[in-house]
Design a protein around this ligand. Structure first.
Ligand code: ATP
Ligand code: MG
Length: 307
């Protein structure tokens, strides 16, 4: 049996300031953040629904409450590259912790868990990961509700959870999907405080049986003008860049007839670092240099399902 360190990256207790700052910096996701907080709270601690029902409907016996207890605690984060899927998956637990007033433990599946391809290895490792979470998550649920919550993030889930019908699929990958489905089903209705988040660029490639189980699928996209402006203003603050330049940058990084607009990460991990590296160590970042860089840079191509 693999131990915790073989299966997961070091577990992180939330809230924690670095991840809180990362969560706060995510722009354009307010709708997703709000819905995620509520969905996650109800899945992790369904007794909160009981309290809500007695407060607002004057009863403990609302039939719809039972609909919530058997749901699979699975969220799918789907969408474009560099749009905040990983960043949100690894930071929303801090918000949830404050909302529930409980500690949240962040578990991230290690890539090596996907196995080296030996028949049965992937299945065994995924099974062990879920068994571990089931055990820990059971201890996180007391008679009066959750005492802590476990968030289990499976990033880049594409390979792991590809459709069983996908062409040229190896036997081993198929076994991974089956092990994953068994793991999710073992958590549903089991009274354990575990939430599973899968991130993928290719929601169309995910096995339909996984999508069917998801309590919610959240879609992430490229930033619009206002969102690019917010990211640019935030990231360029302190460099003395003029408001007129920001407005031009917003235009230059937007979609045109023959290419898409910049992604969030095109702005934060390519454009702005490039401007700083160019200026360092002898010059300040100047408005015209920033504009030239932006005009010369091509945005990340849109990820298509066929890739
Ligand atoms: N909504 C956002 N607001 C502000 N910055 C963002 C946003 N989304 C992404 N970024 C920036 O891009 C970086 C990469 O984001 P992240 O790793 O979460 O993307 P992703 O959606 O997981 O992409 P991929 O599909 O390539 O894994 C973040 O660390 C952050 O700097
Ligand atoms: Mg990612």
């Amino acid at each position: 049996m693999a131990n915790q360190d073989d299966l997961f990256h070091p577990v992180i207790e939330l809230p924690e300031p670095v991840r809180q700052a990362r969560y706060d910096r995510l722009v354009g996701l307010d709708g997703i953040k709000q819905r995620l907080r509520k969905e996650a709270a109800l899945l992790a601690d369904p007794q909160r629904l009981q309290a809500w029902a007695s407060q607002h409907h004057d009863t403990d016996h609302v039939a719809a409450l039972s609909l919530f207890t058997d749901r699979a605690p699975l969220f799918v984060f789907a969408g474009d590259v560099g749009s905040g899927k990983s960043a949100l998956a690894e930071s929303f637990g801090g918000d949830l912790a404050k909302f529930l007033d409980l500690p949240v433990y962040l578990y991230r599946l290690k890539l090596s868990t996907r196995g080296s391809g030996l028949v049965g290895e992937m299945t065994t490792l995924i099974g062990e990961a879920f068994a571990h979470l089931h055990h820990q998550g059971g201890r996180a649920r007391g008679p009066r509700g959750a005492t802590s919550v476990l968030v289990f993030v499976i990033d880049e889930a594409d390979a792991l959870a590809q459709s069983r019908e996908a062409q040229q699929m190896h036997h081993e990958d198929r076994a991974g999907v089956d092990a994953f489905l068994a793991g999710i089903d073992s958590l549903a209705g089991a009274g354990v405080s575990v939430l599973v988040v899968m991130c993928t660029n290719r929601v169309g490639a995910l096995d339909p049986a996984i999508l069917r189980r998801a309590a919610a699928v959240f879609n992430f996209g490229r930033p619009d003008d206002l969102q690019r402006r917010a990211v640019l203003e935030q990231a360029l603050s302190g460099l003395g860049i003029g408001p007129g330049t920001i407005t031009k940058l917003v235009e230059v990084t937007g979609p045109t007839a023959d290419r898409p607009g910049f992604t969030y990460s095109d702005l934060t991990q390519r454009l702005i670092p490039a401007a700083i590296v160019q200026a360092f160590p002898d010059q300040p970042v100047r408005d015209p240099d920033l504009l030239t860089l932006a005009s010369d840079m091509a945005p990340s191509p849109v990820f298509t399902e066929s890739e």
